[in-house]
Write a protein that binds this ligand. Structure first.
Ligand SMILES: [Zn+2]
Length: 480
């Protein structure tokens, strides 16, 4: 093979290309192409292009092309914890005790690795090549390095990986009551591990394939207010972004007002945890003042509508937040609270739920209403932006997530050959509006083709199914 810098690939005759640009930003949100040239790791050109001698050609006739998705919040270890009958009808706090915390101690190295691989493969099959995983499988004297496993599995599959290094210095009551309780870390060991990981993996460059983020699991509960300031200072000293869970349910509001007499977002602001280098998962329950604080500080959100729906938490007002200037991205969250942890399912849900949410507020005219329904809450282009370039911006990867020359060649080529897509007047919108899983003709990650004709290189799905079924049985045996 020729050197990466010389190597070119031509994606030809696409039916439509969605770019991932933000609507009204001045860049086109879709282009007719029909061709895209990749040189090395980069998109070199888009337009009517003639093949170069010996160039590899991907025939995209009747295909729609999207930027590869960027998932900004996940817990990959939960991929072996789907649909736990004891947690299937539980809301957040009860579900945390029932499912992730009950099973967490039964994750040894082999099961953790298998869960990670399963979750990554699910995401890749939806056209995702950038995964930010909020890993909180850390405790003193662990027998394996969960961070290293995540980076290793991502590298084997050829994708970009951002480790949101979770953890806790305080034990939540629900955890202490469990027989398999796992001990928290000290703040010093938490920060020194972040320093170790930063030295080993963190690449600050604009298309980096490996990043570290300071991400105590839930700032309100898992670390003290003083430690919030310590972690923020350490992150900014190391040049790391910051992430945590916030305001997933009304429970956060109760806790923040009860403990600190202020809103969760105001509390975070007073402890150095707001800013353009910070994003939170969920932000379902936020009031107008909190949205203003998020907008003024440039603090972002990882919107996880399927998990929020599954746990009955609510629907985050991301359309309102986007209009106010809050950076929006999309995450699938862990599969223990989302049995469809792939990006196509997530963006389909985003598109529907924002419209439904606005529609819920509609009033009849005679009661002072001014509109009929919420179909203008989020366009397909808004949702694609949030799931691609919007996510990349939140992760601090300004040359990722968009189909434009000079950007990382992270490209999904979908062939809409399932009956659910037949009859579409505008095939370009099919993956978002129809959902399902379109046939992935090709997927590129930083210029490398990692999916060929819907097959991931070196992945045997039958074998994966066999291994994961056996692992689920073994985990259930452990906690029985
Ligand atoms: Zn989460």
């Amino acid at each position: 093979m020729s050197s990466a810098a010389q190597h070119t690939i031509l994606i030809r005759n696409a039916a439509a290309i969605m770019t991932g640009a933000r609507p009204l930003d001045g860049f086109p949100t879709r282009i007719s192409g029909p061709d895209i040239r990749i040189r090395g790791e980069i998109i070199e050109a888009i337009g009517q292009l003639s093949p170069l001698p010996n160039e590899k050609i991907i025939d995209a006739t009747d295909c729609v092309v999207y930027p590869a998705w960027v998932n900004t919040h996940h817990h990959l270890f939960q991929s072996l914890l789907k649909g736990d009958p004891l947690g299937i009808n539980a809301s957040l706090t009860e579900w945390l005790a029932t499912t992730p915390y009950r099973f967490r101690a039964s994750f040894n190295e082999q099961r953790f690795r298998l869960a990670v691989r399963l979750g990554m493969i699910e995401l890749i099959r939806s056209g995702c090549t950038t995964i930010a995983d909020h890993n909180y499988v850390y405790y003193p004297q662990m027998s394996f390095d969960s961070s290293a496993i995540l980076f290793e599995e991502a590298e084997k599959l050829g994708i970009r990986f951002v480790l949101l290094r979770g953890g806790a210095t305080q034990t939540r009551q629900l955890e202490a009551d469990l027989p398999s309780a796992l001990r928290p870390e000290t703040i010093d060991s938490f920060i020194s591990d972040i320093e170790r990981l930063t030295a080993q993996y963190h690449d600050p460059s604009p298309r980096a394939m490996q990043r570290i983020v300071m991400a105590p699991t839930t700032v309100l509960y898992c670390i003290s207010p003083h430690e919030m300031r310590q972690t923020a200072a350490a992150a900014r000293r190391l040049g790391l972004r910051m992430h945590s869970h916030l305001s997933e349910t009304v429970g956060y509001q109760d806790s923040a007002y009860q403990m600190y007499q202020k809103s969760p977002v105001a509390f975070c602001g007073e402890h150095d945890w707001l800013g353009p280098d910070v994003w939170y998962a969920h932000l379902v329950k936020v009031d107008a003042d909190e949205i203003s604080m998020l907008a003024q500080t440039g603090t972002g959100v990882a919107h996880c509508p399927q998990s929020n729906g599954r746990l009955g938490s609510g629907i985050s007002p991301v359309s309102d937040m986007a209009k106010r200037g809050v950076p929006i991205s999309i995450g699938v969250d862990g599969a223990a609270s989302n049995e469809a942890a792939d990006m196509i399912s997530e963006v389909h849900m985003t598109w529907l739920a924002q419209r439904a949410r606005l529609g819920m507020d509609a009033l009849p005219n005679f009661r002072g209403g001014s509109y009929e329904g919420g179909a203008n809450a989020a366009s397909v282009e808004d949702v694609i932006h949030w799931g691609t370039a919007g996510g990349a911006q939140i992760l601090g990867l300004p040359e990722v997530g968009q189909i434009a020359s000079g950007y990382s060649a992270d490209i999904a080529v979908y062939r809409l050959d399932d009956p659910r897509y037949f009859g579409l007047h505008d095939p370009a919108i099919g993956p978002v509006v129809s959902g399902g899983r379109p046939y992935l003709k090709a997927l590129f990650s930083a210029g490398q083709q990692i999916v060929h004709n819907d097959q991931i290189k070196d992945v045997d799905l039958m074998e994966l199914g066999f291994e994961t079924r056996a692992a689920v049985k073994a985990i259930l045996n452990d906690v029985a």
